[in-house]
Design a protein around this ligand. Structure first.
Ligand code: FAD
Length: 281
């Protein structure tokens, strides 16, 4: 019998202009959903300040008794900086790391120590007892020439010591199933958790997909166009679309759903309420 699929969330630290209290409110609301883990982003968009990420990851673990994953990008950090963050993680009992290359900030000096996430995975392995997660891309990473190349490098990350893969968001489950087949062919045995983002507005989806190059299927494009000027309808349609994806993924035996919450606890709750019995089934 298959193990129960996991249900987890991604959250991000508040932006500089926002109060830290905002994330406490979100976490208070998410805690009742009892996720299997919560991952906390770090420097998405390029800022290098680990403090907020580690503080929030500690809070998730210590106050809400929920496992937390620390996102750790390496492309603008050297070994000394990464070592210091890992030491801080050890001190706080944070043992789950999502090892990432990270978003490249134009004009900012690149690391002399790390070029790819696989370099970081190898380095973390040497630093002690961490559970390592890595990112993967059902539509391939936007810089990769083709799937063959991308899957080859994904396998390198797994062989270096990653146990679990978290996917980039996608809106067409067929892309996920094809990607899983490629992983099977490449003998990638790590668990793959599907990253699903319920979309709350058209501007948000266009911004995100232009950054990560995830495609918008025609069915989803129609929804965006029809409801873009009606906030409530857009949120409801985004939730329904995500639920539809999740039902299909669970029915087809996915090992977990990782919800990109965008710190929106209302949306996470709605998705949870509609699908939680399926995770138990
Ligand atoms: P890599 O695995 O290093 O791959 C990057 C590219 O290089 C790919 O095209 C790959 O095919 C290629 N490649 C890999 N190894 C080699 C090699 N040895 N030789 C030649 N080419 C190679 N970014 C943040 O800054 N902060 C975050 O918190 C964050 N969280 C994320 C969470 C998830 C679940 C995902 C999917 C992405 C996240 N990102 C985050 C974005 C991520 O950093 C970017 O997508 C980045 O462009 C690639 O990171 P990676 O770890 O997948 O890179």
């Amino acid at each position: 019998m298959n193990a129960k699929a996991s249900f987890s969330f991604e959250i991000f630290p508040p932006r500089k202009s926002d109060s830290i209290d905002k994330i406490y409110t979100t976490l208070e609301q998410l805690k009742d959903l009892k996720p299997d883990f919560i991952s906390v982003t770090f420097g998405a968009g390029g800022s290098i300040n680990s403090q907020n990420t580690l503080d929030i990851a500690s809070l998730v673990q210590d106050r809400y008794k929920t496992a937390s994953i620390v996102h750790l990008p390496c492309i603008h950090q050297n070994k000394a900086q990464i070592t210091s963050i890992l030491n801080e993680c050890k001190k706080r009992g944070l043992r789950k790391i999502l090892a990432l290359r990270g978003d490249i900030v134009e004009g900012k000096e690149k690391s002399v120590d790390f070029a790819y996430a696989s370099d970081l995975v190898r380095f973390i392995k040497e630093q002690g007892d961490f559970e390592i997660y890595v990112a993967c891309y059902p539509e391939k990473h936007n810089e990769a020439l083709n799937f063959t190349e991308d899957i080859h490098y994904l396998k390198e990350k797994v062989d270096a010591g990653a146990n679990t893969l978290l996917t980039q968001l996608f809106f067409d489950n067929e892309d996920f199933y094809r990607f899983k087949e490629y992983c099977d062919i490449a003998n990638i045995k790590a668990e793959i958790k599907a990253g699903i983002m319920p979309i709350a507005n058209k501007r948000q989806v266009l911004k995100i997909t232009s950054m990560c190059k995830a495609k918008i299927p025609p069915k989803f494009a129609k929804i965006l166009n029809k409801y873009e000027h009606n906030d409530k309808a857009m949120i409801d349609a985004g939730i329904a679309y995500a639920i539809d994806q999740i039902v299909d993924l669970l029915t087809n035996g996915v090992s977990g759903i990782h919800l990109y919450t965008m710190n929106n606890a209302y949306v996470a709750k709605k998705v949870f309420e509609a699908t939680h019995s399926l995770f138990e089934a």
